[in-house]
Design a binder for this molecule. Structure first.
Ligand code: TRP
Ligand code: SF4
Length: 404
């Protein structure tokens, strides 16, 4: 029930802990670019989340915040259709984090698989902090603040979306329907204008008195096309048709981002920590250099030695970048020593440089004009704050914190 519209809202964030590379492009960014055509999207730089692990060197975060914004724009995220912002510029995230922390049982956080995993992985860092334990609460605040219905994340983050759902459910259970719901719903009806208000009331009556499902559907469609009412009011009126309250915090769904197929220079997953990346905005000469010096099948020492693509990381790149004919040419040429490794690498180098051409093109405008990037982010922060305040007002009053 009720949360039809916010189910169409997408929200995701990225921690600014390093420069983006082709793994991010194929895994995350291309997906975001696609989503922005289908849904209302909020994408943000999760600088506070970065601070949970990088609190000892915040300078690294500072640099990456802006580089990340440029990377997103260069990858084709369109600031006209998506809202791009920085988490710490919307302090409402912190307030909701605090409120949610009151109702989050410690066990949920201690049991989060990422909690122990990350502590073990990042041994050199002291992650026995309050902030790190609370990482999933902050992430829940990020999501619930916008009543987002869809959260594109990698597999490692699905457990955090689960915790978000648990927290939302617990919140709704504890604070239930907002006080003064009926009055607020009545006020919202008036905002639709005389004619629509009359239609809404009559559809609601037909549904409630006669169980007319068509009337329910028509009323929902009517609400969907209203331009004059806020998202919060729309939620109220969805709930009101059915006689229920408004779902304060709808439970989000994780949209699982498929694992990026592009391998790193050593054949392992492309990752900053393996030092095997090609940057999203890597200079073409450097792409050329990196692929040329890339490891190949260790059995193929001399040009005349036959090789096996299965044992060669270059083959992994062909699987992403090359068409069928080229792949056959590689398979034959490698196994029969018909081609040299440099010949084999050439189409990969060309394909990557070609893929990056429009990215560099778009990046140029932003690199040479930091004010433009700042303005885009500033506007996004404002839009985000507006949406966030709307939810937070509802939350404060549901919790009885709206004293006058
Ligand atoms: N934790 C996420 C990651 O490391 C980043 C993130 C922070 C996020 N808040 C979010 C992702 C909210 C989705 C929704 O990738
Ligand atoms: Fe790898 Fe290609 Fe050389 Fe074969 S020919 S070892 S696939 S780079």
């Amino acid at each position: 029930m009720s949360s039809v519209d916010s189910q169409q809202r997408v929200l995701s964030g990225m921690r600014p802990t390093g420069r983006l590379h082709l793994g991010h492009y194929h895994g995350v960014l291309k997906n975001w670019v696609k989503l922005q055509h289908e849904f209302e999207c909020f994408f943000f730089v999760a600088d506070w989340h970065a601070l949970t692990t990088h609190y000892e060197n915040p300078e690294s975060i500072r640099e990456n915040v802006w580089e990340m914004a440029v990377d997103w724009l260069a990858a084709g995220i369109n600031p006209g259709s998506s809202t791009l912002f920085i988490q710490s510029r919307v302090p409402e995230h912190a307030e909701l984090n605090l409120l949610l922390s009151m109702i989050t049982p410690l066990g949920w956080l201690e049991r989060a698989p990422t909690y122990k995993d990350q502590q073990e992985k990042l041994r050199e860092k002291d992650l026995a902090t309050y902030g790190f334990l609370g990482y999933p609460v902050l992430q829940s605040a990020d999501i619930l603040l916008y009543r987002a219905g869809k959260v594109p994340v990698g597999a490692d983050q699905v457990s955090h979306v689960e915790i978000t759902r648990d927290i939302a459910r617990r919140f709704n259970h504890l604070y239930g329907r907002e006080p003064g719901f009926e009055e607020q719903a009545e006020a919202a009806i008036v905002k639709m204008g005389k004619k629509n208000a009359r239609i809404y009331r009559s559809l609601k009556r037909r549904y409630q008195e006669e169980g007319d499902l068509d009337a329910l559907e028509t009323a929902r469609a009517l609400l969907k096309e209203q331009q004059n009412i806020s998202l919060g009011d729309r939620e109220r009126l969805y709930g009101f048709i059915e006689g229920g309250g408004k779902v304060l915090l709808p439970e989000p769904q994780a949209l699982l981002t498929p694992e990026a197929r592009v391998p790193g220079l050593d054949g392992q997953k492309m990752s900053k920590s393996y030092g095997n990346t090609i940057g999203l905005r890597e200079h073409p000469d450097s792409v050329d250099q990196k692929i040329r010096t890339m490891q190949t099948d260790p059995q193929r020492v001399r040009r005349n030695d036959p090789g096996n693509p299965e044992n060669c990381p270059v083959w992994g790149l062909h699987q992403v970048y090359s068409d069928e004919a080229t792949r056959e040419w590689v398979q034959d040429g490698c196994r029969n020593a018909g081609i040299g490794c440099l010949d084999c690498k050439k189409p990969v180098i060309e394909a990557i440089i070609e893929e990056q051409r429009p990215i560099h093109e778009r990046a140029k405008e932003y690199e040479s004009n930091p004010d433009l990037v700042h303005a885009i982010i500033e506007e996004g922060c404002e839009r985000a704050r507006d949406a966030a305040r709307e939810t937070l007002d509802d939350i404060r009053s549901a919790m009885g914190l709206d004293y006058r």
